[in-house]
Design a protein around this ligand. Structure first.
Ligand code: FES
Length: 321
């Protein structure tokens, strides 16, 4: 399979090897066809892979510095009827030698350099961003602990993590044991500890809420979500379009992308989940409410662009449209 030609900034990488860290999960090892090294990345980064009719984000699980391959672990997802669904099915059909378009690494879940201690909490396939976090913490001698809850029949990367982390890894037997651990962690960690969570939405919500109730400021709690489904419908806001002179209201529960389309302003788009980067629009005035997985921390802080499929404005935004 040779996927579509890569878009601007994307790389064409070949599947060099496929390994199987757990049932229904395969790890793709992607290399440059010329065998050269790939751009380094920040721990917790993800890439967006072209999956045929859509693009999905996957965490990079290998070493961060000048890697000779990018590795991503892909869970074969099933819909409610047990049918395989989405981009994961496409990636599970790839064979060694097939070529895929891959975005440059994006950092949306980095370690906080000033943290005195890092507590990583993972559920199921949500372990993937922590592989690069843990590798970097080991390399740099950072203080960390990893809590990883998984089903006994779904130990993705567990053996690798046991050898990497030693006694810094705890594997709670079930969800309740993990929740009890989180309750203890949020009342026992000193200031200076940062908490990171990735996994099912219920786990992310539990950790975020439990930490907030214990008085943790949101800047010390970091969550990684792989798609931005189930978003808050948000408050209504308005966008002013400088080039066309139009003013477009965006009601609660309607995306900026859809509101623009309804007003006759078409913005190119693909994933509609905040991961592919296709719907990027320049912001000339106003503060965006960033909810995508595409922009880097630096780009978010600059507030110069908005991914209009998922992100919104707080009040009035002026856009370069
Ligand atoms: S359409 Fe993919 S990020 Fe918006």
């Amino acid at each position: 399979v040779n996927g579509p030609a890569p878009g601007p900034g994307e790389m064409s990488l070949a599947v060099a090897e496929i390994t199987h860290p757990a049932g229904r999960v395969r790890t793709l090892h992607l290399r440059r066809p010329d065998g050269g090294t790939l751009p380094s990345f920040v721990p917790g980064s993800h890439v967006v892979l072209d999956c045929g009719d859509r693009r999905n984000a996957y965490s990079l699980t290998g070493p961060c510095l000048s890697p000779d391959a990018y590795t991503v672990s892909v869970l074969l997802r099933q819909d409610g009827d047990g049918e395989v669904a989405g981009g994961s099915a496409f990636l599970h059909r790839l064979e060694p030698g097939d070529v895929v378009a891959v975005s440059p690494p994006r950092s949306a879940f980095p370690p906080v350099a000033a943290a005195r201690h890092h507590v990583f909490v993972a559920g199921g396939i949500g372990i993937t961003p922590f592989l690069s976090h843990v590798r970097a913490a080991v390399d740099w001698g950072r203080s960390y602990e990893l809590w990883y809850a998984h089903r006994p029949d779904f130990p993705a990367h567990a053996a690798e993590l046991r050898s990497l982390c030693g006694d810094r890894l705890t594997e709670p037997a079930n969800r309740r044991a993990l929740q009890e651990a989180v309750r203890r962690i949020v009342v026992s960690q000193p200031l200076g500890t940062h908490l990171y969570v990735c996994g099912p939405a219920g786990l992310i919500d539990f950790v975020s809420t439990t930490a907030a109730e214990a008085g943790w400021p949101s800047e010390r709690v970091h969550a990684e979500r792989f798609s931005v489904t189930g978003l808050d419908p948000g408050e209504p806001f308005t966008v002013a379009l400088r080039r066309s002179g139009m003013s477009v209201p965006v009601p609660s529960g309607v995306s900026l992308l859809d509101a623009l389309a309804k007003a006759g302003v078409t913005v190119p788009n693909m994933c509609r989940q905040g991961v592919c980067g296709e719907c990027r629009v320049k912001v000339l005035n106003g503060l965006p409410w960033h909810r995508d997985l595409f922009l880097s921390e630096v780009e978010r802080a600059a507030n110069a662009d908005i991914m209009c499929c998922v992100s919104r404005g707080h009040d009035l935004l002026e856009l370069d449209l």
